[in-house]
Design a protein. Structure first.
Length: 62
């Protein structure tokens, strides 16, 4: 589980190219191809990613 406070002033500041820097994104998708595309987009934008293939497994991340 992610314990970083997204409103903390100690997080790195987002930039134009990395607008999600310092955030964690939970992607809930059962298609492996769509999930991989979202993973690449999130990583390129600076976000960390958590993946789940169902709502049941997504609840474990939350």
């Amino acid at each position: 589980m992610d314990t970083i406070d997204p409103f903390s002033p100690n997080l790195p500041a987002p930039t134009v190219n990395r607008s999600l820097l310092g955030l964690t994104v939970l992607v809930i998708e059962d298609s492996k191809f769509a999930c991989e595309a979202m993973r690449l987009l999130c990583l390129r934008s600076g976000a960390r990613i958590r993946r789940a293939d169902s709502l049941r497994s997504a609840r474990q991340h939350l």
